[in-house]
Design a protein around this ligand. Structure first.
Ligand SMILES: NC(=O)c1ccc[n+]([C@@H]2O[C@H](COP(=O)([O-])OP(=O)(O)OC[C@H]3O[C@@H](n4cnc5c(N)ncnc54)[C@H](O)[C@@H]3O)[C@@H](O)[C@H]2O)c1
Length: 173
């Protein structure tokens, strides 16, 4: 896929998989919107992507905040002129991914329901909101491509007969 000059939005871009993908896509000459809630690490990621990318912008956004996500995609559209080339829906958390912690066969702590609710909010609500808002602008721009690293991918983002929907590997045509 030719990425030169394409506008790609990368959620959770400040570190980990999101940052690695951002650096790779930047090196291909794309215009990239780096999004995260961690402003310091986002600046580091922006510096790391600046060589090669056609354009790099950073946006500090909490993905569970509906109004903030709506504003984000409108801002990216205003800044890049389009949001229709691709979304990497990668912002996520697992807390520490442990329901219980044990030492020498004794449970010393349990994941709290507040921690669990936060995981669900970021990994489900956040992925849904970003996919939905990207889809709004993709439909209006006439194109669609998205990728999600969340364990829980959102429902198909777009229903428009002019656009060929993406298929998961193994799903019926
Ligand atoms: N690392 C793996 O092996 C692996 C495997 C399968 C799936 N995943 C998924 O891929 C994604 C990235 O994984 P990673 O290992 O790079 O994680 P990571 O924790 O290193 O990075 C996640 C990024 O998302 C950002 N983020 C978290 N909550 C956010 C929020 N509410 N709003 C905005 N940004 C937020 C963080 O600040 C961070 O920069 C996660 O969704 C994870 O569940 C990871």
């Amino acid at each position: 896929m030719e990425l030169r000059g394409k506008a790609i939005v990368i959620m959770g871009a400040a570190r980990g998989l999101g940052r690695k993908m951002a650096e790779r896509i930047a090196a291909e000459g794309a215009k990239i919107a780096l999004v995260d809630l961690d402003p310091e690490m986002l600046q580091e990621a922006k510096r790391a992507c600046s060589n090669g990318a056609a354009e790099v912008r950073d946006y500090v956004v909490e993905v569970t905040d509906e109004g903030a996500v709506e504003a984000l995609f409108q801002d990216v559209r205003n800044d890049f002129g389009a949001v229709d080339d691709g979304l990497i829906n990668n912002a996520g958390t697992t807390s520490d991914a442990l329901q219980v912690k044990a030492v020498d066969g004794k449970v010393v702590s349990k994941m709290t329901t507040a921690e669990f609710d936060k995981v669900i909010a970021v990994d489900l609500r956040g992925v849904f909101l970003c996919g939905r808002e990207a889809a709004v602008h993709m439909v209006e721009g006439g194109r669609a491509a998205s990728s999600s690293t969340s364990p829980a991918s959102p429902p198909p983002a777009i229903s428009d007969r002019r656009i060929t929907p993406q298929r998961r590997p193994g799903s019926p045509p």
